[in-house]
Design a protein around this ligand. Structure first.
Ligand SMILES: Nc1nc2c(ncn2[C@@H]2O[C@H](COP(=O)(O)OP(=O)(O)OP(=O)(O)O)[C@@H](O)[C@H]2O)c(=O)[nH]1
Ligand SMILES: [Mg+2]
Length: 475
């Protein structure tokens, strides 16, 4: 099958050591042969121009690019002017990332070389790759399935070791294997039903019904187990969305800075210092946190502060965790009580800050909070470890071994698993209410289709565009 040839810079353009230009498709090799030279000749000084000082000795020389070797040489433009000194490799399809012929050119870092080389490559008759198009080709050419392609982007976007490990598991095909096994089981049930429909005279109805019931129940259990892991997967992928909340001046921004280990938020003794929400990602002892510092909650006439307070309260709705800060050197005030009211249904860690000062806070009205609250002093660096330990216990019940467990870390997969489970519950319902087996065929097929979409069986162009548009160029 002929495909047009695509090219892109696969590395991040900046002051790096090297950049890589990638070409994939039927013309990759012939393009390389036109732009790559192994030998150069310095022109004599009199012939030198400012922009070109080296030339190909024999522009028509035949270059033998042996596959899977690194070839040292130069890239030249259409006028045979040298652009850069490079290492070039040729990987012959189908044993490549895209299953097509691939050329990779390692040039010097910086912006200009890579851009010029790409321009030259494009001039020789290929087009710029779209986002994720190399990986899309790997999928379309059957080297990986859709779940594995999605794992590639998740590996690139990983922010923690654990999240990386989960995605590597998926790339290796562990999720796909499990999903395909479930699809096979559903196909077994369907086959049973077909026999029943085709040969009703065998009167195997009862046997079939029992078999359908048992298999559906087992698959539902398996899907439930997978769906349950999605919460952990989301946390590892996005971090625990942790909103620091409290009245003005309790030390929210000080705590944020401490957790980030940098002076990110402005801290002053003036109540109402923080006006906007500030979000940062941090990984503390393996616990991934997306920390959000907020404006101190109080009634205010200040227009800017008011918006800040509204934003802070909005963040509460999206939070996985609230860190509610009290100032132990001040009495419990209306503002504290209002915040407590506001976060009633959330997961909360209560903290009393400024314990280095004389205690004035009395939480005896709130017995449970008093018992649970962690005493800290940000300025004295006291009690802060306890916060992380508590979060770790709250979300991971100690430790979690992501390498052994198959964890769902993709919302699309989770939604499809839930849909598949619902269809199978319909199957069970139909079976239990005595409907004939042919009735359940539709639901079974629907469950199978949902699971098929995870691994990319009969996926629409729209869905593919949506998935691969999240990739970077050159991947
Ligand atoms: N003594 C003492 N002072 C602290 C402690 N933590 C913070 N502070 C001080 O309390 C003041 C307010 O701290 P911030 O971190 O700005 O408080 P905030 O809650 O972010 O305040 P707003 O942004 O105004 O809502 C600053 O002067 C801090 O140095 C502490 O543990 N002990
Ligand atoms: Mg602040």
């Amino acid at each position: 099958m002929y495909t047009d040839t695509i090219a892109a810079i696969a590395t991040f353009l900046g002051n790096s050591g090297i950049n890589i230009i990638r070409i994939s498709g039927d013309d990759a090799l012939s393009i390389a042969e036109k732009i790559f030279v192994k030998k150069i000749k310095k022109l004599s000084d009199s012939n030198r121009s400012e922009t070109c000082d080296v030339y190909n000795e024999d522009s028509n020389q035949h270059i033998n690019l042996k596959p899977r070797y690194l070839h040292y040489g130069y890239i030249v433009d259409k006028n045979q002017r040298v652009i850069d000194e490079v290492l070039l490799s040729y990987m012959k399809g189908p044993h490549t990332y895209t299953r097509e012929d691939i050329i990779e050119i390692n040039c010097h870092g910086g912006i200009i070389s890579a851009k010029k080389i790409l321009e030259t490559v494009l001039e020789h008759g290929c087009r710029t790759a779209e986002r994720g198009e190399f990986t899309k080709r790997a999928f379309l050419n059957g080297r990986i399935d859709l779940a594995q392609a999605e794992a590639v982007i998740d590996i690139i976007n990983s922010k923690t070791d654990s999240s990386h490990e989960i995605s590597v598991n998926h790339l290796e095909g562990r999720l796909s294997k499990q999903i395909n096994e479930i699809i096979d089981e559903i196909m077994d049930i369907l086959a049973n039903i077909e026999v029943n429909i085709d040969f009703p005279e065998y009167d195997e109805d009862e046997v079939t019904v029992n078999k359908v019931r048992e298999l559906s129940e087992n698959i539902i259990k398996e899907l439930e187990r997978l769906i349950k892991t999605a919460d952990t997967g989301k946390i590892f992928k996005e971090g625990i969305k942790t909103v620091i909340l409290g009245k003005p001046n309790v030390g929210k921004s000080s705590l944020m800075n401490f957790l980030l280990n940098e002076n990110r938020a402005i801290v002053t003794e003036v109540p109402g210092t923080t006006r906007d929400t500030i979000e940062e990602y941090v990984n503390i002892k393996g616990v991934p946190l997306r920390i959000i510092d907020t404006a101190g909650i109080r009634e205010t006439e200040d227009k800017v502060e008011k918006i800040g307070v509204e934003k802070a309260l909005q963040k509460v709705n999206e939070a996985d965790l609230i860190i509610m800060l009290f100032d132990s050197s001040r009495e419990l005030e209306e503002e504290d009580k209002k915040i407590l009211d506001y976060i009633k249904n959330k997961r909360v860690i209560y903290i009393k800050n400024k314990t280095d000062l004389e205690t004035k806070l009395d939480l005896s009205e709130h017995e449970i909070i008093e018992k649970e609250a962690i005493n800290i002093s940000v300025v004295k660096n006291q009690g802060l470890e306890t916060i992380i330990d508590k979060i770790s216990k709250m979300f991971f019940e100690g430790t979690i071994n992501v390498s052994d467990e198959l964890i769902i870390n993709n919302v699309r997969h989770k939604d499809l698993l839930i849909k598949a489970k619902k269809s199978l519950e319909e199957v069970l319902y139909s079976v239990n209410s005595g409907m004939t087996v042919d009735f359940i065929e539709i639901d079974l097929k629907q469950a199978m289709d949902c699971l098929g979409l995870i691994v990319g069986k009969s996926v629409s162009d729209d869905l593919m565009d949506k998935i691969f548009n999240e990739f970077c160029i050159g991947k």
